[in-house]
Design a protein around this ligand. Structure first.
Ligand code: DGT
Ligand code: CA
Ligand code: CA
Ligand code: ZN
Length: 595
């Protein structure tokens, strides 16, 4: 059992209770779910040590919730959930994945139309039944149908940010096994693609059967799709699939290269190899075109023809190329660039920004608006993670539901930040909290904070949070106008997309990029796992145009600051170098790159 599983169970209970119109309880479950999501220690460990009292002590978890957690730890189930699930047989999780469909809507749809699944909802909406419900209307019905299309298209893929921490833990366990020599994730995870279809794990081992047995003992799986002497595929209890393969040590490089993909990269590489008289497969790079018969033990003649397999570097080098980082392997011109580079010609491969090279974070929310932690807590955690500065960028006036700040509140927050900086200084700590805001771009392209106050801030982020459905021309004009504001430093999450949830708004990226270049506005690479906005392809365009970018976590709690690595990954996938990313510079230089 993990904290995350329990959190997800709690938020489902909250949804059921909302459908039942139960007062207050849903909020208690929601709050506890939020806490569990980000809790560092496992609740089981806390419970083992301090019992239900210890659970009660976790801030945001009351006595009632602590008892529910205890019930779950002891029995593996929560009675209230089982009861609700039987009473209200709706697939809430699935239905609320549709953008714009919340628990209240699910409740009404169920009460009036007996809608339980996305399929039911699609049928009813297509028949025009949804628009007739009180508070729905034709526009809502259209939006629901659009949302359903989007969910259907993204089905079966998982956010990298959901899968990656799981895989890290799993690899750690595998490496701890005496039967495993090394373990690594290949496939889309190694390429750090924003969404992942399934997890591919490669290991080397002297005892493959034992290694597979060990793997099955540490993964909680729902079913085994298939199992052989050197391979096993499972569906995890979390609902995604893992393919695990055991590779022979001598050909590990070739295997890793093959299973890292992408398919498109591999096809291009294999075709190039063939044109040079080689044969490339997961078993190695071979001279000559004769087809290799795949079998466990290869005969001596094959072994003698095999020229490169131990490391990936060997494979690329033998083909006359420089090593290509996994994030670049998408057949977007990387093979030609690697060939040119090896021949001393330009343009070569980019020197992609290294992980861990960020010095600051320029979008951080706090408990002044919809964040969970205080300014100081965010700063201390950022410092712990090796950063030298962060900008506090809480929401502004128009986002009233988040407690968006007006000028007065912003000014008082600035005084608070001064105090915190003084405190750091007095304690001899080298860390700087910058004053900022995430200012709303209104429909007409003006900002919802006066220029006079914006001028006092160190970092002004601007973003679209309303009227997402404007025509492309109008949306582009709106954003371009806002970028022209002399105080607007960074365009936050430039396309507004939410992966698998909400399409990006219609906007002319070429014009945004040109305007960024002209006005010196920084474009953000928002690292929040469901945003990753700019997307990799847009980053590449921005790099080519010579725009500067910032990689921000958009953290709403201390646990989100770690998202920065997904932003760095996205930047690498967009061929960005360290010099392209302003928050990889020390504070003074970074500030000099803002307007
Ligand atoms: P995913 O799982 O959809 O996020 O994407 P990948 O890239 O992880 O794809 P997956 O899991 O189907 O296969 C893992 C890698 O194995 C893939 O990136 C390249 C390699 N591979 C799989 N099937 C083929 C194939 O038919 N041809 C070639 N050249 N490579 C393949
Ligand atoms: Ca995969
Ligand atoms: Ca796979
Ligand atoms: Zn927010």
């Amino acid at each position: 059992m993990s904290n995350k599983e329990l959190a997800s169970l709690f938020s489902t209970i909250a949804l059921y209770l909302e459908i039942e119109d139960v007062p207050f309880k849903p909020q208690a479950y929601e709050r506890a779910a939020g806490v569990l999501e980000t809790l560092q220690e496992r609740v089981e460990d806390i419970y083992e040590r301090e019992g239900v009292k210890g659970l009660d002590k976790i801030s945001g978890v009351g006595k009632g919730m602590a008892e529910k957690i205890e019930e779950y730890i002891k029995t593996g189930a929560i009675g209230e959930y089982e009861k609700l699930r039987k009473k209200i047989p709706i697939d809430i999780k699935e239905l609320t994945r549709i953008e714009g469909v919340g628990p209240k809507m699910v409740r009404d749809l169920y009460k009036h139309l007996k809608i339980k699944t996305i399929a039911d909802l699609e049928k009813a909406a297509k028949a025009g039944k949804v628009r007739k419900l009180p508070n729905f209307g034709e526009r809502t019905e259209q939006n629901i149908l659009q949302g359903i299309e989007f969910v259907k298209r993204s089905k079966g893929r998982w956010l990298l940010g959901t899968i990656f921490p799981y895989v890290e833990v799993l690899l750690g366990k595998l490496e701890g096994s005496p039967f495993v020599t090394r373990a690594i994730a290949a496939g889309s995870i190694r390429r750090m693609k924003e969404t992942v279809g399934d997890v591919d794990i490669l290991i080397t081992s002297e005892k493959p059967e034992k290694a597979i047995g060990y793997f099955l003992s540490v993964v909680s799986y729902e079913k085994i799709w298939g199992k052989g002497a050197t391979k096993v595929s499972v569906r995890t209890r979390e609902g995604f699939d893992i393919d695990m393969r055991v590779l022979p040590e001598e050909v590990f490089g070739a295997g890793l290269q093959y299973f890292t993909g992408s398919k498109e990269h591999n096809v291009r590489l294999r075709t190039y190899a063939a044109s040079k008289g080689y044969k490339l497969s997961e078993y190695g790079l071979f001279r000559g075109k004769r087809r290799i018969v795949l079998q466990q033990s290869q005969d001596n003649s094959e072994r003698s023809r095999r020229i490169a397999c131990a490391t990936e570097e060997d494979v690329y080098r033998a083909l006359g190329m420089n090593y290509i980082e996994p994030e670049l392997r998408e057949d977007h011109g990387e093979i030609d660039a690697a060939l040119r580079q090896a021949q001393g010609k330009l343009p070569g491969l980019p020197k992609v920004i290294p992980y861990g090279s960020l010095k600051g974070d320029l979008q951080v929310q706090t408990d002044w608006t919809d964040g969970k932690d205080s300014i100081e807590a965010m700063a201390r955690e950022a410092k712990k993670q090796g950063l030298e500065y962060i900008a506090i960028t809480d929401h502004t006036r128009d986002l009233a539901m988040t407690g968006g700040m007006d000028e007065k509140k912003l000014l008082s927050q600035m005084r608070e930040i001064d105090k915190i900086n003084e405190k750091f200084k007095a304690q001899g700590e080298k860390f700087r909290v910058l004053k900022g805001a995430e200012v709303n771009i209104r429909k007409d392209g003006t900002l919802d904070i006066t220029d006079e106050v914006l001028a006092k801030l160190d970092v002004v982020g601007i973003s679209v949070h309303s009227n997402f459905k404007m025509p492309k021309k109008d949306m582009t004009a709106r954003i371009v106008k806002a970028m022209g504001n002399p105080h607007a430093d960074i365009l936050f999450h430039p396309t507004g997309r939410l992966i698998a949830k909400r399409e990006a708004y219609q906007v002319d990226m070429d014009e945004i990029i040109a305007t960024a270049k002209k006005t010196g506005t920084i474009l953000e690479i928002n690292a929040f796992p469901e945003r990753l906005d700019l997307a990799d392809s847009n980053i590449k365009r921005a790099v080519e145009a010579g725009c500067k970018m910032a990689i921000d976590s958009d953290a709403h709690s201390i646990s989100h600051l770690g998202y920065l690595r997904y932003g760095v990954a996205q930047a690498r996938r967009g061929w960005a170098e360290q010099q392209d990313i302003i928050n990889s510079y020390p504070l003074k230089e970074m500030l000099s790159l803002l307007k």
